[in-house]
Design a protein around this ligand. Sequence first.
Ligand code: CP
Length: 334
Amino acid sequence: MSQRSGISSAPLADGGDGFSHTHLLGVEDVSREEINAILLLAEEYKRSLVSRPDERLTTLRGRTVVNLFFENSTRTRTSFEIAARRLGGDVVNFDVATSSITKGETLVDTAETIEALGADFIVMRHPASGSCEFLMQHVSASLINAGDGAHEHPTQALLDALTIREALGGVEGARISIIGDALHSRVARSVIWVLTRLGARVTLSGPSTLVPIEFASMGVEVSHDFRESIESADVIYLLRIQTERQASNYLPSLGEYRMLFGMDSERLLWTKPEALVMHPGPVNRGVEVTREVMESPRSRILGQVTNGVAVRMAVLTLLDRARQRHAMEASSGR
Ligand code: CP
């Protein structure tokens, strides 16, 4: 189901940290070792965020991170900003609505202009699948995909893996049930790549219009029976119904979706007593999940958001190290 290959420029020698890419366009082609390198560093950063919350690191001193979001965001944009500042970098939140894009400036011209102004990292969210990969051919700043169409949302999947690893002690062998609008979901695709690569057993469930059988080619089991799909799960991962991408056209009604696939307190009783509930957000309250479940001790929804900062710090750090190695190798003619 992948629309295109997920990663970056040609891998470089990893410099000992297990990570060798200068862009993060997706996770489809990121190895298990590289995912583990990101999670390990994120865990280290998370400990430092808890024990030394006021600390400003110098890792990104002198670097500029530009958030270039063509679609709205609460979590991703804010956590990239917090992560970059925590690492000592400068952050610019580019405002698409008041930019020259409204006068017809192209994506390439905008990105080249941002780079000419000194961007070292461009964190981009765009409605077109593959837009980051396209832009990579035009800029030398590190590109981080913050969500492109229905293609990928790599840092969301990485923070989800961190959340599962913290809660269960590991991802290998964990039974993860992903429920909902997989068809329109970049999160679903990235989460499937990351969790299957780490050895999880993933089931995808929802209405057949939103969970076509073709997803089985990604190494997941496809089930259209909600109860069966959650009964043995360690984690129930609920996806948002993406009404802005016309997902409701694939359903008789949101009410019917809630009746068949919504998670409420009664249905939580069908699950294992320790099973966790996750959702990438934003939530359609009362559709995918009720307020009671969101606020129950089983919910990790806000924990996922918290983990976004540490994971994005790790991604920025590892990309920056790879960029530095790349520059050194280029200057020494290797
Ligand atoms: N999960 C996620 O990407 O949330 P935002 O749209 O708020 O960034």
